[in-house]
Design a binder for this molecule. Structure first.
Ligand code: ATP
Ligand code: MG
Ligand code: MG
Length: 375
């Protein structure tokens, strides 16, 4: 049996398909809202029910943690779901996630759970004067967040939340961390619990959304890599994990704080498509299919530029050597991830030059975000 079912049908499912197909495995994607099976590439509806797909496949996995609970339960009950329902819950609900980190004594952002406007005022007194308020569920790409950076912001947000249903959606207030940089660790765990790690990636965001990843992270030391791996291993082992798990970290000097975890392939790992013998997508599929893992070491330096909210770029970008456009074939919406570009080099000078060349060919909104990082 060579079928892997992926819950979700966005670009991550599509790229898992690309990773799987070269191994001779088939992917069936699931549109979790419409509850139908679809082709992972062109999204056409397939003539097979979810029940039939679950019973026919070798394994079930997901591309997204914000899934309907009954669908996750159905996958879990089949006995084929990788990683598992508990890992999805830890990625989907910040309260569950924080409890997991606390249980493992893993440093994370100082935070308070917010069940009322009064709780928020109290959190501001305890954690302020700069807070980031987040919905406990359903947030991604910086959606579902409020930045509270002054007493006036606090008043505004408290007014906005006057009729908020905290019982339905508790919030989490985090202290705003003045980190030096953001990094992420992608690790993959095979069916026997053996881990492999990609080198740490440095990530740059604008408006809560990823703009650029650099890999391996500049100035990466073996000590930093090893400390991030220890955190990753503790979480993966606790969750009895199988597949790719991404951990977002804030680094200040030697200190690492976990921002959040993602129980799936991750935007900050797209560089592995050109940087490594086995991409995160291929390795995730290998893991959930019970196959041996591929090499995770970096063979090149890679910069991954996210292509957000703009139509397909001019073909001039494709004329640049060592530049790989990945396009997801989605309709354009503001802030929507449309594709990414992997830039490959063998030294930092060449990489910076390539970033500059790509910058000059990007639409203004994207060029601006990139220019702000370079400074
Ligand atoms: P994702 O698409 O990664 O799931 P998300 O919507 O879950 O995003 P977070 O990762 O929680 O959002 O936050 C988005 C970005 O906002 C972070 O990468 C970081 O740049 C910034 N941020 C979040 N929390 C904090 C914090 N406590 N202190 C400082 N910056 C923060
Ligand atoms: Mg998130
Ligand atoms: Mg994040």
């Amino acid at each position: 049996n060579d079928i892997i079912v992926v819950l979700g049908h966005g670009q991550l499912a599509r790229m898992m398909y690309l990773g799987a197909t070269q191994l001779g495995l088939n992917i069936i994607a699931v549109d979790a809202d419409k509850r139908v099976c679809v082709n992972a590439v062109d999204k056409t509806v397939l003539d097979i029910t979810i029940e039939q797909a679950f019973s026919a496949c070798k394994a079930i996995t997901s591309e997204f943690e914000h899934l309907p609970k009954d669908l996750v339960k159905q996958a879990q009950d089949s006995g084929k779901f990788k990683p598992n329902a508990a890992a999805i819950a830890a990625g989907a609900d910040r309260i569950v996630e924080k409890a997991l980190l606390e249980k493992l004594s893993i440093p994370n952002c100082t935070h308070q759970i917010i069940n009322s406007v009064n709780d928020l005022k109290n959190a501001y007194d305890n954690l302020g004067p700069k807070l980031i308020l987040k919905t406990s569920r359903d947030g991604y790409d910086g959606y579902g967040q409020w930045r509270i950076f002054s007493a006036q912001d606090l008043t505004t947000v408290c007014n906005d939340l006057a009729d908020f249903d905290f019982e339905f959606m508790p919030l989490v207030a985090e202290q705003c961390i003045l980190f030096e940089r953001e990094i992420s660790l992608l690790g993959v765990t095979d069916a026997n619990g053996q881990h492999k790690y990609y080198p740490l990636t440095e990530n740059h965001h604008a408006d809560g959304q990823l703009v650029l990843s650099l890999a391996p992270a500049p100035d990466l030391t073996p000590e930093l890599q090893q400390r991030a791996e220890a955190i990753h291993q503790a979480i993966a082992d606790e969750l009895d994990y199988c597949g790719l798990l991404a951990i977002e970290l804030f680094q200040t000097g030697e200190q690492l704080l976990v921002n959040e975890i993602a129980p799936r392939v991750h935007n900050s790992g797209h560089w592995t498509q050109q940087g490594c013998a086995a991409s995160q997508f291929e390795n995730h599929i290998r893991a959930v299919a019970g196959l041996p893992l591929g090499d995770t070491s970096a063979q090149h330096l890679v910069a991954m530029v996210n292509y957000v909210g703009e139509p397909k770029p001019s073909t001039d970008i494709m004329k640049l050597a060592n530049t790989h456009l990945h396009w997801y074939d989605k309709s354009v919406r503001p802030k929507r991830k449309m594709g990414h570009i992997n830039l490959v080099a063998d030294n930092n000078q060449a990489l910076q030059k390539l970033i500059g060349q790509v910058h000059d060919l990007l639409p203004e909104s994207l060029a601006k975000n990139l220019a702000e990082i370079k400074e």
